[in-house]
Write a protein that binds this ligand. Sequence first.
Ligand code: NAI
Length: 384
Amino acid sequence: MQTKTVLFIEGDGIGREVWAAGRPVLDAAVAKAYGDFRKLDWQEILAGKKAFDATGDYLPEATMTALKNCDLAMKGPLETPVGGGFRSLNVTLRQVLDLYACIRPIRYFKGIESPVKRPDLVNMVVFRENTEDVYAGIEYKSGSTEARKLVAFLRDELGANVDDTAGVGVKPMTPNGCKRLVRKALRFALDDKRPSVTLAHKGNIMKFTEGAFRAWGYEVAAEEFADSVMTEDEAKNGGKKPVIIKDRICDALFQQVLMFPEQYHVIASPNLNGDYLSDALAAQVGGLGLAPGVNMSDDIAFFEPTHGTAPTIAGKDLANPGSLVLSGAMLLEHVGWGEAAALIHAAMEKVISGKRVTVDLAGQIDGSTQVGCKEFGELLGQAL
Ligand code: NAI
């Protein structure tokens, strides 16, 4: 028997119900694909409100220690209480574990209504840098002592033309930060047999950050993947390698993915572009509520549905467990259990085509019948 241990955090709000509906689907898919030969070994760790109630701490030390020593984990959504002094648990996890790549696959499920004519042509994976760029959070309020100091320095020492009253943000991007993200995207494209990686940047305007991202991306490809990755020019000149690396200015890329989605397979992007692109692409396939994701370092793959705790529907059996189930399917693909992941994707398509769906999808599918979170999970299990 081959087992994979997955640490899991139930999460707040709808976390408990989407796990209760979704986890049996994951276990059933593994059982269907591999019988008794393979099994997921789920081990709960505490974070969020459940941790606070049990230990008096929202993110106990034991949880962090366990995460630092594991390679697979999965979490439900964690609430960020509004108000002073509370650092987002999600941000803390990302920073402490150095989860530098946020990876979101976007594909279409037949039956969902999409705003575009050919959503079926969308099949992309976005690799978004998770630690630098605007996520570094270096920002100073207009009129503050810090902003005034920085503006004075920029003007007096560096000759920049900045108004005294400006609020100021700093957008740091490093060779190491950009290269490790592009490296991961290229590695994935090769392993998953995706024909291209596109660097999405705004380098025409921000030459030394976004433009540098582009340059460092091409550098990684040339220095580390010369045998398997070629540029568009090399391809035009008859080159034959499994993956093409190309780049697009981000605003143009937004048009391209709408008009020619079949030409884009993996997108590697700095933080802010990736944020916009992944949500826009998810909307393009009508699947914002179904979007799965993973945050990765070099040591750990930490899967999570991309939605939040949905407090207004929590505890009402209304939540869609689909994003959690699809995040689990990503985990299965990640560990090489692709057959089980394929069963899940097929089941999702079957259930959605059958038009018995949770409230969020019911609004998007004509003639559908609304079912609860629990029942949707059961339907997925039956469709495997
Ligand atoms: P949200 O994703 O919780 O809700 C946005 C809208 O989508 C709401 O109308 C909600 O009812 C609906 N929705 C979300 N997930 C759904 C599901 N599975 N099924 C059906 N409908 C669903 O985002 P919001 O309201 O901005 O955030 C609520 C809380 O969640 C905040 O405390 C926020 O910090 C936290 N959050 C946590 C995340 C994480 O742990 N990764 C990600 C996003 C938000």
